[in-house]
Design a protein around this ligand. Sequence first.
Ligand SMILES: Cc1ncc(COP(=O)(O)O)c(C=O)c1O
Length: 500
Amino acid sequence: MDLAITLDQRSTTPLHKQLYEELRRAILTGRLKPGERVPSTRGLSLSLGVSRATVTQSYEQLLSEGYLRAETGSGTFVGCELPDELLKTMPVEKFRPTASSLESWPRETGRQLELSSYGASIADSDPFEPPQNDAPINFKTCRPALEEFPLQEWRRLTLKHYRSKEYSMLNYAGESQGYEPLREAIAGYLRHARAVKCGADQVVIVNGAQQALDLIAKLLINRGDRVAVENPGYLVARRVFLAHGAELLPAPVDESGIVVDALNSRPKNGLKLVYVTPSHQFPTGVTLTLPRRLDLLCWAEKTGAIIVEDDYDSEFRFSSRPIPSLQGLANGDSVIYVGTFSKVLFPSLRVGYLVAAPSLARILARAKWLADLHTPSIEQRVLADFINEGHLERHLRRMRTLYDNRRHTLVRALENHFGDRVTVLGENAGMSLMIRLRSELDDDEIERRALASGVGLVGARLYYLGEERPANTGEFLLGYAGLTERRIREGARRLAKILK
Ligand SMILES: Cc1ncc(COP(=O)(O)O)c(C=O)c1O
């Protein structure tokens, strides 16, 4: 075999490395064929004028990587299965699931796959993730003012942990319930700011409120169990309960919050659980009044039902003090409290928490372990420092003022442009508000026209349950926290224009 190989004696790359690269290239480009014998180390060292050790070193590397194979007594050959071929990834055709591909999914794979009842219940539903909306003025998402987040502090604390050389933090965390100093910090914050009765042993750190709801449903709901939800209410929570086989009872919401009497409407068939957002009802924005809170707790004591209190954005109240949590008012263990850092910090962090009686918290932590072992450790450590060094409280104070101003701007702009054709519903709180518009146009048409003029808007009809869903509500949810006052004013002006 005559191999044209040139090595550069003056190069800073060692000769054995150059030879390795040359031979590897010859194999990959087919100049050396699979199965072909390569020269002996002695022969090649003579023909190239390099030491035999140089050739041996490059051969050894090619052998260890599978480019060459040695046969005792016969010589050295090019391998038949080249490692680079094996490692090459095949280009995958982009696949975007459509409603019809989802419907036919188990059949189109060619084999009959029998989904569990859980699998079947989620395979048949509408798409879960809302379509992305890139309207320049987007009232659709209730996202925080991300640009205001103190990234520098977060970065500093993150770097502190990465620099610490405490390699054990890279290992699996010992506790699925969550990093203890973070649980302590959250328990302290909740006792102080939300009057939640809890110790760190009752806190379970989860991947957002979403995972809290999923774990609660897994532990408490059997197929056919009845779960009451606010109507209108948080669509995502409803989906979780339905996926676990719950039968949903929609409970109406009036200006005092969930109508507790409606929970007694079918006493023969007991309710297992009721899901509520008492501080700032989603989406109407009303606050559950104290008498209603007491009625609800009394009802739960009497019936043995569990109340899930989702306190997702209670930190933002602008004209009154935050209302203490429902959990803090309860005598027994009837309330599971759920909270999240998605609104007060940022949603991609995916850290939330739940508070339950210690015995239930332990079982919830086991369910968490089965689901994903634990929430990422470094983020938990950074967050614990962020709270303990006072950054959370400072950030909250700043955001309260900012959101209050943005909300005022929105309400004023709506009143200026719409006059008595608009009613702003709910309390002076949160990151979004619901409005009722008087218009001849139906909800879909308003959404369509708004989008055409660059304004993203979500009709509240989506949040009403099934048959109870009215054809037209004239109600819309406007998220304002992530929009500047200028954009808010411009958005309201454009909306008024399309409705003229
Ligand atoms: C009612 C309600 N609960 C909880 C959440 C937050 O969920 P997560 O913590 O999973 O981001 C939201 C987010 O929009 C919400 O609207």
